[in-house]
Design a protein around this ligand. Sequence first.
Ligand SMILES: CC(C)(COP(=O)(O)OP(=O)(O)OC[C@H]1O[C@@H](n2cnc3c(N)ncnc32)[C@H](O)[C@@H]1OP(=O)(O)O)[C@@H](O)C(=O)NCCC(=O)NCCS
Length: 206
Amino acid sequence: MTAPFPHLHLPATARLRLRPLQASDAQRIFEIWSDPEVMRFYDVAPLTRIGQAEDVVARLMQDTAERSGVRWAIVSASEGRLLGTCGFRLNFAFRSASLGFELERRFWRQGLMREALDAAITYAYDRLGMNRLQATTDLHNHASTALLASLGFVEEGVMRQWGYWKGAFHDVRLLSLIRSDRQPGAARQMNQPRQPPAGRSGSNAG
Ligand SMILES: CC(C)(COP(=O)(O)OP(=O)(O)OC[C@H]1O[C@@H](n2cnc3c(N)ncnc32)[C@H](O)[C@@H]1OP(=O)(O)O)[C@@H](O)C(=O)NCCC(=O)NCCS
């Protein structure tokens, strides 16, 4: 299932490993994706049945098989417990990818997702040959926006009424990280203001 890609098992940090999502992850995905706080800004409602999690995992694995996406399970290095996921929707022709991620709530604010995304971003540039990474976040998703800013993502603007879900149209913030923007170890250089490219809007704090 993961054959289309270079080695997908990533030793992210001392605390984390990234490995391809697998069917047996559905129970943990259900536990995480059924939390309304985790799903607050997602375009899907919190899951209520394990079958929905099985469908999510199957679809993400299918994307990998078709080379249209890659999704990792973020697991603790010590126990191998799944803490969340991250990954990309891939456009190889454009050399661009769209980022998605979520973490079980009790592990928030420990720097874990920043560590995981740092490894995933390195993989996207170095192993998949991507040039542009982008992410869209709900205007009110301050955690996600601040996390992306801490990784060097630059805000490009707001896409008005970008989509319809949960009974309403939603504006989303568009952020990007271009390969040439990135500096080694950028994820660890916290609290250092980053200058956006000339001509772009400046603020990307959440
Ligand atoms: C967004 C999310 C993945 C952040 O994961 P996390 O592991 O808590 O993030 P980190 O601890 O790595 O945070 C890295 C930086 O991001 C920023 N940040 C993260 N959460 C924040 C919050 N709640 N408020 C403000 N800044 C935040 C901070 O700058 C932080 O660095 P600091 O802790 O040194 O100040 C997590 O909140 C989550 O799963 N949310 C629900 C799912 C979701 O919204 N996904 C994104 C869809 S676009």
